[in-house]
Design a protein around this ligand. Structure first.
Ligand SMILES: Nc1ncnc2c1ncn2[C@@H]1O[C@H](CO)[C@@H](NC(=O)[C@@H](N)CO)[C@H]1O
Length: 147
């Protein structure tokens, strides 16, 4: 899994066209979204993650929480982003992983939004520009560790 983490004044998106034949079903309300004072996390779920999705969810949540604490962000935007890797996981696995990350971050008390999966989206992002405002993380399941 590849993550790009941007500490931002805001992130807003608007759904445009389908980018998959069967994108995630969404309500009219989900066609637009915005969070202010947010840690935006752009995530590419990778093929290697299919070996142990639960493990990479746990590691991703730990990394995201670590950065959120460092930048003192209480809001997190989980953003599916297929452009950080050339070895993408299948969409059904990727969506489940992203939903689990959203769920676990909410359980930890963060205000979380997740951008819709399987669409082209217009977005605006205002990066804060401080030294920890732009970070990336790579997460892989342990080699050969049986579940
Ligand atoms: N392995 C994966 N990891 C993360 N996102 C993934 C994915 N496989 C499919 N998607 C979603 O489907 C759209 C088309 O690839 C993706 N759309 C995007 O990445 C938008 N920024 C438009 O390009 C994304 O919503």
């Amino acid at each position: 899994m590849r993550m790009l983490l941007i500490h931002a004044d805001y992130l807003e998106y608007e759904v445009r066209d389908k980018a998959l034949k069967n994108p995630e079903p969404i309500s009219d309300e989900q066609r637009k979204g915005r969070l202010d004072e947010v840690l935006a996390v752009f995530i590419s779920v990778e093929k290697v993650d299919e070996a142990n999705p639960e493990e990479v969810v746990g590691k991703a949540v730990a990394e995201i929480e670590d950065v959120a604490k460092q930048v003192k962000a209480e809001r997190i935007f989980v953003y599916p982003f297929a452009h950080l890797s050339s070895e993408l996981a299948k969409p059904d696995v990727a969506l489940e992983v992203l939903k689990k990350i959203e769920e676990k971050l909410k359980e930890k008390g963060y205000e979380v939004k997740r951008a819709p999966f399987g669409y082209y989206k217009a977005f605006k992002l205002s990066c804060k520009g401080h030294p920890l405002a732009e970070l990336s993380r790579t997460i892989v399941p342990e080699e050969g560790v049986s579940k």
